[in-house]
Design a protein around this ligand. Sequence first.
Ligand code: LLP
Length: 415
Amino acid sequence: MNDFEYRGGELFCEGVRLKDVINKYGTPLYVYSRKSICENFDRLSGAFKGIGHLICFSVKSCSSLGVLKVLKEKGSGFDIVSGGELFRTEEIGADMSKVVFAGVGKTNDEIEYALEQNILMFNIESEQEMERIDSVAGDLGIKAGIAVRINPDVDTKTHKYITTGKSENKFGVDTKKGYDLYKKAAGLKNLEIKGIQMHIGSQITEIGPYVNAVRKVKQLAEEVVRDIHPIEYLDIGGGMGIIYKDEKPFDVGAFAENVIKEVKPLGVKLIIEPGRYIAGNSGVLLTQVQYFKKSSDKNFVIVDAGINDLIRPSLYGAYHRIEPVSIREKNRILCDIVGPICESGDFLAKDREMSAVAQDDYLCVFGAGAYGFVMSSNYNSRPRAAEILVNGSEEAMIRKREEYLDLTRLENANM
Ligand code: LLP
């Protein structure tokens, strides 16, 4: 599943010893494995080989140009949610006919930019957005490819912050409204109906609710095709869960088999928008122990990566496996692994059993490839970490470590 493993007590990424990478680039440091990214892509694509499909990597999960380029070379398209993400795909020379644009708040400027780039389709999330896209496309004299994002109202049993396919969530429209929107779209002359889309949440481990949602959307697609307009693409979103700790693995083979069975009779091409499945276990965050401190009831391991580098544990209570980069001690300790940020919520792990570590040792936070660096910030005026991409026995810096000047570059104290 990933290409980070211990050899003789030393952690490697593919053929590169992480200790050496740290000596060269310092910490905190994000490291990605090219091989892992490619293998995850191939496994997913292989599972869906029984149907014409396009994988659109979800840029929000891991948006460094170096990573996006690897995926472009694999033939991936991209799922974007902002003008900034569109710019990233443009920067790597992505094939814009493989780019889909979701998000509930697309602005006029973003719509114009995407139309000029000739993307495959907008995944529309409201009636007003549909009207706006029609109007902007009309002004530009271009036809906009569209899909309506359907909210199938299913419970994926994932964390409440990352479920998106329930009626209480802000995403998409219900199936009835969806049907009406297709009717409306058919009458708007600057729109071209291309697809139908859903995305019901993230870190989904049960395939049942996901397949049910696909079935609901497929049924609506059948009605649209029968009454309104042909549909070329059925986009099932992302959300395939990965193993952080001891989760039940998402059975991609069984999932694909069920989805293909549902969808094949429609004669559509499938779009899949994975983020975490491809990037999550393909990246780690490396950090250095600064201090070890004992209080009356806790051991604190204080490291140089904080919630500004990786916010998932604090924001979602997410579990990330953490182990030393070099394992020297057999002893295990129970500790909180905390960052340097001035917030009690600044932790990477609580009450964690881990190999004993000493001051200046290095730790590896696993499963940090998706929603890691992309959610990082400069809080406490901390420069953001560097990012490294490993390929076999070589590594390259795909994002420099920020410097203090980067923190103030856009500011002006002399008003
Ligand atoms: N497509 C759409 C429209 C999405 O909104 C998302 C993620 C994806 C695809 C990719 O989902 P994935 O395959 O990665 O599950 N920050 C949270 C996750 C937020 C997910 C947002 N949408 C976390 O750290 O868990």
